[in-house]
Design a protein around this ligand. Structure first.
Ligand code: APR
Length: 234
């Protein structure tokens, strides 16, 4: 089977009711990014940041995967699919995708504030544990922090993601403004002969000038069209 690598961003989950970041009324309009998504913000006000992620986790209980997530999962019948997502929700997994790389962490996990990337301290929360409190401790005795890659932090999964991009036979981008590096640079690792598709209702500038097949639609409708292109009528 051919390798299909799919890079997704917040637009993938927009039709499930999760706000994007940079669209009008997006999350970064409502919450100052320096306060809730940087190590400095966390150091300054851990309670505010803990509550922000508690809210995001609570929202996971109210949303479900959309048709776009489902169609992404269904492509596993035809391709070896690897989803590389910037999203911290779990909607790809809940739609049935089996190979999901989370570049920016996962809402359902927490970790040590001292050693956030040490797998020993990363813990998956059950839905009834979604509300983390100041005073809840990781196994090393440090305050539990969200397993989220904040601005200014290293992106440990980027090397794995690059490996997949280098081996892609088809590359697809869905719902990301490609503003945030290193994720936005992944397209540069996709070999030149590999066809690239992009699904987004808005125009997304491609810094490298690489030719992409643009489907100017939302994730669900765009995935219907892309599925027809890649595998024909079902
Ligand atoms: N279907 C597909 N795409 C959509 C939809 C939709 N229904 N609605 C909006 N979009 C597109 C927007 O046009 C935009 O291009 O989704 C994109 C969302 O862009 P951003 O809000 O910038 O989100 P993203 O690119 O995922 O942000 C990257 O930045 O804030 C950090 O860590 C955060 O992972 C995030 C990263």
């Amino acid at each position: 089977m051919k390798n299909l690598v799919i890079l997704t961003g917040a637009g993938m989950s927009a039709e499930s009711g999760i706000s994007t970041f940079r669209d009008a009324g997006g999350l970064w309009d409502k919450y100052p990014v320096e306060q809730v998504a940087t190590p400095e913000g966390y150091a300054a006000n851990p309670k505010l940041v803990t509550d922000f992620y508690n809210e995001r986790r609570k929202q996971l209980l109210d949303v479900k995967p959309n048709r776009g997530h489902e169609l992404v999962a269904q492509l596993e019948k035809h391709f070896k699919v690897t989803v590389i997502t910037q999203n911290v929700d779990n909607l790809h997994e809940r739609a049935g995708s089996t190979e999901v790389i989370h570049l920016h962490g996962e809402l359902t996990k927490v970790t040590s504030s001292w050693h956030p990337n040490n797998p020993h301290y990363i813990k998956e929360l059950k839905p009834e544990e979604y509300e983390v409190k100041i005073g809840d401790k990781a196994a090393d005795g440090s305050q539990l922090r969200p397993f989220i890659v904040w601005f200014g932090e290293a992106v440990p999964m980027i090397e794995t993601a690059i490996d997949y991009c280098e081996r892609a036979d088809v590359f697809l981008i869905i719902g990301t403004s490609l503003n945030v590096y290193p994720a936005a640079g992944l397209l540069n690792y996709v070999p030149a002969h590999v066809p690239v598709y992009l699904i987004d209702p808005k125009q997304v500038p491609i810094a490298s000038g690489r030719q992409v097949n643009v489907i100017r639609k939302g994730a669900s409708e765009g995935m219907e069209e892309l599925t027809r292109i890649l595998v024909g009528e079902q």
